[in-house]
Design a protein around this ligand. Sequence first.
Ligand SMILES: Nc1ncnc2c1ncn2[C@@H]1O[C@H](COP(=O)(O)OP(=O)(O)OP(=O)(O)O)[C@@H](O)[C@H]1O
Length: 232
Amino acid sequence: MIKVENLSKVFQTEEVETTALNKVNLEIKEGEFVAIMGPSGCGKSTLLNILGMLDSPTNGKYYFCENEVSSLKEKQRNTFRKGNINFVFQSFNLIDELSVYKNVELPLKYLRYDLGKKKKRVLEMLDRMKIGHRRNHYPQQLSGGQQQRVAIARAIAPNPKLLLADEPTGNLDSKTGLEVMNLLSELNAEGTTIVMVTHSERDAEFAHRVIRLFDGEVTMESTKKEFAQIEY
Ligand SMILES: Nc1ncnc2c1ncn2[C@@H]1O[C@H](COP(=O)(O)OP(=O)(O)OP(=O)(O)O)[C@@H](O)[C@H]1O
């Protein structure tokens, strides 16, 4: 599904040049659950943003479902991303002015789902995330775990091929975080490919594979089994 070749990203400001990613090579197969780990500033979010086509690399190639997408213009990238890739963030990123129902409905509106299909899908996703009983609430009236469940419902409503999660449990207590990880794991078992940035060794245990970054370079990839042996 994903192939990245010699991918580099350099941020240039007036005073400094930062190499956030340095010749990264990696492949992610359809159906995988991959965790990206590494110390603060090593390039995890930059990589996730490029995989999610929110940003483009300075050098190198990015193939998504065998299409070379790194050279696409922003508008083309946006079109390509819609329906294919969606995100879950540490800070939930829900729209405070919209109800839970309307938040989940939003991506389907952009994809021009017809009315009946849209309603059915929103209700299905809310039930799936066990938050249907709060559909008329607003984000601020929900707990952190409930907000993240709404955010996941919104992310998966268009049935994306790839779900990208940036520290999805970062703002949650341990028990609620575990619930969210179980939901992500279930979604993965049902076929959604997941790439997740995390600082949590516990959350990484849910992944099939861990990619470790250090100073913008991949330093180690391990399978779940090897990872378990290394860490414990
Ligand atoms: N828009 C930007 N402009 C300039 N430098 C940037 C920008 N975004 C990221 N960087 C730099 O690129 C490097 C990698 O940042 P990135 O956010 O990808 O790290 P990270 O591994 O996700 O860190 P953390 O775990 O703290 O979130 C950092 O040195 C950061 O300062």
